[in-house]
Design a protein around this ligand. Structure first.
Ligand code: ZN
Length: 365
């Protein structure tokens, strides 16, 4: 109970401070916003808040320190598009476009572009024109199709200003109670992702694996069930066991082939890797559950899940697209091979290997 009291105080504090951030975002030309901008900087758009620095006073750190979280509660209604960032603000669907289409965002040339800059042509006959470095694989094409679908019917209107609302503020204006309720709300997937995303980008592994992991954790891999949205007639069974519909959760966690991999990898390392649901896996990634008892270097421990997940996904793709046959040894060997390669090149170990007798994963510095 005591802990709860502390938590409440923090929420209350956030609720009080949010009021000042809200003033900044909702009225960027107010005296308050201009004052702060002059003193601390901040971008051309209201949602670009100053970065926290050691030079800031304690109070300013309080204002801006939770800005990221605060911004998750903002919604924009598109008008002229001169205050909304196309990728980074939430104006089109539940999440900002960058988190919905990470592959495209990765390739986008103007990551900070305003919506009004992406719109080309006049109010009536213009269109969305996003510039990408290059679109090369099927996943990206699919995302592109999806993005165009989402943008369909949305257009710039020269006469109207962009409008911002904050979930915590009813039409009457900010009340601390509303802010408090917002800060104490249950966190949806989006928030869980917020906890493990920085972790994913910090783990030393190739960026394509990071993107894969990021998509997988959000349940957005192009599995057969995901694809069924566009092509409902395609077969939907899991490529490995052929018994269940192929969802991300099934393929990577619950399929008998996956559970066997996690069991054996757990045995070889002493880590707890038997997650049943994506939500658990997200927590596992953000806290590296089970890692305390391991005799492996921390950076290698972090690679266990990504290596196994990628091995399952790659095996599945090889069967599906290249007609390979399924052997458990392939999944297992791929996982070990990845750990070996990453261990050597990314963690800087001399070797990572499976010891003969007990089948345990060992390493040499
Ligand atoms: Zn299966």
């Amino acid at each position: 109970m005591e802990g709860l009291g502390v938590l409440d105080l923090r929420m209350m504090n956030n609720a009080l401070l949010s009021k000042w951030l809200w003033k900044w975002v909702s009225n960027p030309s107010s005296l308050w916003a201009r004052c702060l901008r002059e003193r601390y900087g901040g971008g051309r758009v209201a949602t670009i808040l100053p970065t926290i620095s050691s030079k800031m006073t304690f109070i300013a750190k309080g204002w801006f320190g939770f800005g990221r979280e605060f911004k998750r509660g903002l919604w924009w209604k598109l008008g002229r598009g001169d205050r909304i960032r196309f990728w980074k603000d939430r104006w089109c669907g539940d999440t900002p476009l960058w988190s919905k289409y990470p592959l495209l965002f990765h390739l986008a040339e103007e990551k900070e572009a305003l919506a009004g800059e992406v719109w080309q042509g006049g109010e009536r006959n213009g269109e969305w024109r996003v510039n990408f470095r290059r679109i090369s694989n099927e996943l990206q094409v699919q995302e592109c199709a999806d993005l165009l679908w989402v943008l369909e019917g949305r257009m710039i209107s020269d006469e109207t200003a962009d409008e911002v609302t904050w979930e915590a503020v009813p039409s009457l204006g900010y009340k601390v109670e509303g802010g408090y309720a917002w800060w104490s709300r249950d966190k949806p997937v989006d928030q869980e992702m917020a906890a493990c995303t920085p972790r994913i980008w910090k783990i030393k592994m190739p960026s394509k694996i990071k993107i894969f992991l990021w998509l997988a954790l959000q349940n957005r891999l192009l599995t057969k069930m995901y694809r069924a949205k566009w092509r409902p007639t395609d077969p939907m069974n899991c490529e490995l066991c052929q018994a269940k519909p192929e969802t991300t959760e099934h393929l990577l966690l619950r399929c008998p082939w996956a559970t066997r991999l996690w069991r054996e990898l757990g045995r070889a390392t002493g880590a707890r890797l038997d997650f049943q649901a994506l939500a658990e896996l997200r927590v596992g990634i953000s806290t590296s559950t089970g890692s305390t008892a391991l005799a492996l270097p921390a950076q290698l421990q972090l690679l266990l899940l990504p290596a196994g997940l990628w091995a399952l996904w790659r095996t599945r793709n090889w069967i599906l697209f290249r007609g390979h046959r399924l052997y458990f040894e392939n999944i297992w060997d791929t996982t070990l091979h990845l750990l070996q390669e990453w261990g050597k090149h990314l963690v800087g170990l001399r070797n990572v290997y499976l010891s003969g007798g007990g089948g345990e994963i060992r390493y040499e510095r």
